[in-house]
Design a protein. Sequence first.
Length: 107
Amino acid sequence: MGRISDDHTLFDDPLSDKLFYKMKEIAKKNTECYREIFRVYPDDQYKNFTDILKDERTIKELKEIYLKKRGEIIGNIVEFPMDFLKEENLNRSYFCKEILVPIKNFL
């Protein structure tokens, strides 16, 4: 596992911009590593279901990638996926049984 920083003054103020941008940088790097190694769901690279089905890698390939990338991961912070399946229509269809119940029951 990598280290966040050797500069301990970074943690003096947990609300500082300096720490925020450092954590954001680590989250971006971790997200890229996890994406490459584990094929994480949900992830912004999957805009629709066909994108998920296109990604096929063997266990051997994933193991090799993991052995190369595992030293780059720092902690477990990752970016929150905002665009996962954004091109899909996830509304209820007219013929599904959930349409019989008002939407407020699901909220």
